[in-house]
Design a protein around this ligand. Sequence first.
Ligand code: SLL
Length: 171
Amino acid sequence: RVRVRGLSIFRPIIYGNTATVLTPKEREALPSPDHTHKWTVAVRSAASKDGIDSVGGADDLSYFIKRVAFKLHDTYPNPSRTIDKPPFEVSETGWGEFEIQIRITFIPESGEKAITLYHHLKLHPWTASGDPEPIPPLDVAMKMGPVHSWQYDEITFNDPYQNFLTILTNH
Ligand code: SLL
């Protein structure tokens, strides 16, 4: 296996979450009535045409990502959620914000080590000033609509193996 020395190649991704306040009806239907929000945490291609709402298709990162493991808060059953095919995302309900560990494993051809990202799950609305403010009541937050919290990043591969480089560039 031959490395292409001196070459760097990157792939743009976004990772983060969307969150929505549960309606009273949705809450009644849950086994845990203390849950207030539904949310989705995901790793997606930043190069996809349809952005954060897309799943699969043009957004398919599986040509170089083999697996994404999302480590949730210990209050969740089976907090380690491993996703082996796109969309690389986990949807849950809950009541609180917490740090999610996101471990990305690349295809074996890459010869690359897994990388770990961190995302603070955001449930509550952003404030205009960015200053901490009291969390608005749920009925107010509901009217404000879904909360989005996404980060852009570039996964860079230095001195990639020739065959991995071919996989990346031919996609
Ligand atoms: C907090 N440090 O106290 C955070 C922890 C944990 C949120 C938030 C679990 C739901 C379930 C859930 O929402 N955990 O019981 O399945 O705010």
